[in-house]
Design a protein around this ligand. Structure first.
Ligand code: NAD
Length: 312
């Protein structure tokens, strides 16, 4: 079997185009231009690149985009003050604090300070709780992107066995919840899990979000499995060239899988696209719109996952 590559770049582009159409509708029908604030603390090169990409794509879909670049020694009180300003700024619908934050800042204190209605990363405990209760408003972007990619190649997820490797708050745990809501039987694996290869061999879908290059081998996979690789790992080859790879041994896995995501060009672009989609949803859901407008607004955005089955 030679697996078909799931083209995350193209699927993300289609989602961004849809978001751009939604922004136009919001502007024309409701006089709303969604506003996204991205906050970066410090100068970590990878984080700086992510922030630039997010700001550029936000502008491209028609948002009002604002960037706040703070020095790495900024104190927590100043950061909290900025968040409070953004919480009360009516032109801002989404607030994103680029993680990780420097060690002297309590990142939970920061995430909890964001107005949950503007928490477009979906990391606030309120939004995590709503997701766990099956009533998501703003869910984390990478898990939404993963489910969307899966739904492009598997129309009915009911009853499928899925292994999610990794149980971080931003990827593995929320993804397991979402897939459970779609009717999957989910096994959440982590570093302590025993017999991971055997668990994977029984799975219809394997998602790896461990951050461990080459972890998932070809012979861990059932023939025809769908493989989604969330991992982003920097490797250096013997000649000293830096390469970004996923968690999955791609060539081996392609021999057995039916569909597989590449790294780069798989899950990564979807994460940014869902940040944009979440910002539109936040712009719609946090406003008390008139009934007619609300109807239109519901068609546009709110509860994208539950009501729209993601792909439409
Ligand atoms: P994390 O370090 O917070 O969590 C990793 C999880 O994987 C933990 O639960 C750990 O127990 C588990 N794990 C690690 N090694 C394992 C192993 N050998 N076997 C089984 N379980 C193992 O990481 P995270 O923030 O969730 O990110 C995971 C990976 O996904 C990283 O490579 C990260 O860069 C990438 N990531 C990609 C995107 C994207 O948009 N593509 C977004 C977020 C994270």
């Amino acid at each position: 079997m030679n697996a078909v590559r799931i083209d995350g770049k193209a699927i993300a582009e289609a989602l961004r185009a849809r978001v751009a159409r939604e922004v136009t509708s919001l502007q024309v029908q409701c006089n709303i231009t969604p506003g996204l604030a991205v906050v970066l603390v410090g100068e970590d090169p990878a984080s700086s690149l992510y922030v630039k990409t997010k700001a550029k794509q936000a502008q491209a879909v028609g948002f009002k985009s604002r960037q706040f670049l703070l020095p790495s020694n900024v104190d927590q009180a100043q950061l909290l003050e900025l968040i409070e300003q953004l919480n009360t700024d009516v032109s801002i619908d989404g607030i994103l604090i680029q993680l990780p934050l420097p060690g002297h800042i309590d990142h939970w204190r920061i995430l909890e300070a964001i107005d949950p209605a503007k928490d477009v990363d979906g990391f606030h405990p309120y939004n995590i709780g709503r997701l766990a209760a099956g009533r998501p408003i703003l869910a984390p972007c990478t898990p939404l992107g993963v489910v969307h990619l899966i739904k492009t190649v598997v129309s009915d997820l009911n009853g499928l066995d899925v292994v999610v490797i990794g149980r971080s708050n931003i990827v593995g745990k929320p993804l397991a919840v979402l897939l459970g809501d779609f009717g999957c039987t989910v096994t959440g694996a982590q570093l302590q899990t025993r017999n991971l290869p055997n668990l994977c061999r029984r799975a219809d879908i394997v998602v790896s979000a461990a951050g461990c290059a080459g972890l998932v081998r070809g012979d861990w996979l059932k023939r025809g499995a769908v493989v989604i690789d969330v991992g982003i790992n920097r490797t250096v080859d013997p000649a000293g060239a830096v390469k970004i790879v996923g968690d999955v041994a791609f060539a081996e896995a392609s021999e057995r899988a039916s569909y597989i995501t590449p790294v780069p060009g798989g899950v990564g672009p979807m994460t940014v696209a869902y940040l944009l989609a979440n910002t539109v949803d936040a712009a719609v859901s946090r406003r008390a719109l008139a009934p007619m407008t609300r109807l239109e607004a519901r068609q546009i955005g709110t509860s994208r996952v539950v009501e729209k089955g993601l792909a439409g």
